[in-house]
Design a protein around this ligand. Structure first.
Ligand code: SF4
Length: 490
């Protein structure tokens, strides 16, 4: 269930709500979706369904401005309710939660990307999926809120000023190559050549930035990748860390130049990252760059030991997930590392501050086992167990399950026929593929499904839900602790 990898591209965390709201015909005002009982907002009569007009005299552009205003001690809230304009004056302690969840994170329009990267996974989606999945965002606010990567090609002086003033940190920036010509060619955008100047400006103002390099074989691997490492050392040494990830390829890829890595190419990437980690360590005192778990699987090499990950700074980007999962599964840690993430993980994200990376407090990262099945239909606890996972996840989980030496537990690999290509990650499992796989499995067994393949509203990427599956499944969090707990004998 754990997935060691995720398909990496700049829009993997696009938020469906943001995207839906990008449609020009929609109202842009945020709507109150819930009011906490006993909260200051509830005390004055704010209700779910109220449309936010202003807070403290301003029209908030996004959840960041909303949160800052809502944190003040005195809050003036103007709302529209069924054609009526209402005003609320709320007195509370500064920093005390207002008690209102609103319907989206970005209230004006999400800034879309004007790049045309050949490796973009959006272009490789089949037709007919949810409209929201097709939006290419390139918005620094989503970078702050969700960890989406931005290329900065549409970044402006005003954006820089806001990031600095409001300390929107960390941000996540797609680097790909530091050579201007290669970067603009990869982004298919002339502005790609110079937009890393904004990265320099962000670092100059002490904004923490995490970088990403999506490696396309024959384009920015080999000498280009080594040159990019040198460019980072020379021009951007203040970066927090840089994830080196392979491009994702689906069977719908129409770009002939975009292809899977060979084993030799994957090994070369791992070697370059290893070599440059030593250089960075010697010069900057930190390893800086990390190869995605997927690279070690492709290269058929063992994952680096835990201490080579330096606290897993880019865990959410598929760096070190195999090692943390292993440690969790074997009980070497009491806490799951990071938070649930996956392909389009922010799609349907619940509208509360804990959903947003940049606003989230550590305490919001739980690891409860979740079971959304009907109790009456659930197989008995002692039934044989099938652990559903993607092709790549199986390579990590398989040995862990084997180590238990239990005949009643098996890994069930879900081949990704929906996307094809190299989409063997668990986060990309679709309902269609899971249903087909389960149909061939016996009834009466327990089937564990990792939550990383579901949106917060319980939908697979293809729109199916667990209710559409031919077997009852237990949804568990995608970490080793949750899996271990689910496998505990009755
Ligand atoms: S075109 Fe490039 S920058 Fe734009 S969303 Fe796709 S991968 Fe990201």
């Amino acid at each position: 269930m754990s997935d060691t990898v995720s398909v990496h591209h700049d829009v993997q965390r696009a938020s469906e709500r943001e995207i839906e709201r990008a449609a020009p015909s929609r109202s842009l005002a945020p709507v109150v979706v819930s009011v906490s009982a006993g909260s200051p907002a509830a005390g004055v009569g704010v209700r779910a369904g109220d449309e936010i007009v202003q807070i403290n005299g301003d029209v908030p552009r996004d959840i960041i401005e909303w949160q800052m205003a809502a944190d003040e001690a005195d809050v003036e809230l103007d709302v529209r309710r069924g054609g009526l304009d209402l005003a609320f004056s709320i007195e509370k302690r500064a920093g005390e939660p207002l008690g209102v969840d609103v319907s989206s994170a970005v209230f004006d329009r999400v800034r879309t990307c004007d790049n045309h990267c050949e490796f973009c996974f959006i272009y490789q989606l089949p037709k007919g999926m949810r409209r929201s999945l097709y939006l290419k965002d390139d918005d620094y606010r989503l970078s702050f809120l969700y960890g989406n990567f931005t290329t900065l090609t549409r970044f402006t002086e005003a954006d820089l000023e806001r990031v600095i003033t409001e300390r929107l940190s960390p941000l996540h920036v797609s680097i790909h190559a530091t050579d201007p010509d290669i970067r603009s060619e990869m982004l298919k955008n002339p502005r790609g050549a110079m937009s890393l100047r904004w990265l320099r400006a962000l670092l100059d103002h002490d904004i923490a930035v995490r970088g990403q390099i999506v490696v396309c074989p024959g384009v920015n691997d080999g000498a280009v990748l080594a040159d990019t490492m040198a460019g980072i050392l020379d021009r951007f040494p203040e970066l927090e860390s840089v994830a080196v990830v392979p491009l994702g390829i689906s069977k719908f890829n129409g770009e002939a130049a975009m292809r899977l890595h060979t084993v030799a190419e994957a090994r070369a990437v791992v070697d370059i990252v290893d070599d440059w980690q030593d250089v960075f360590q010697a010069t900057l005192g930190k390893r800086m760059v990390y190869a995605a778990d997927e690279y070690y699987l492709m290269a058929r090499r063992p994952f680096p030991p835990v201490d080579r990950y330096d606290g897993f700074p880019m865990h959410e980007d598929g760096i070190g997930m195999a090692r943390t999962f292993e440690a969790e599964f074997h009980g070497r840690t009491d806490d799951a590392t990071g938070v649930r993430r996956g392909f389009f993980a922010a799609v349907d994200a619940p509208p509360n501050p804990a959903s947003y990376t940049g606003l989230r407090s550590a305490s919001s990262c739980g690891s409860d086992v979740t079971a959304r099945t009907s109790i009456s239909l659930r197989p008995r606890r002692s039934a044989p167990i099938g652990v559903l996972t993607g092709e790549l996840g199986a390579k990590v989980i398989g040995p862990l399950i084997d180590s238990l030496d239990r005949a009643d537990v098996r890994v069930i690999t879900v081949d990704n026929e929906f996307f094809g290509g190299n989409t063997g990650v668990t986060g990309l499992m679709t309902g269609e593929d899971v249903a087909r796989t389960l149909a061939a499995q016996p009834e009466g067994h327990r089937y564990l499904l990792p939550d990383v393949c579901l949106s917060d509203e319980g939908r697979f990427l293809d729109g199916l839900t667990v209710g559409d599956l031919p077997r009852v499944v237990e949804i568990i969090e995608t970490d080793g602790i949750a899996l271990r707990a689910a496998l505990e004998p009755a």
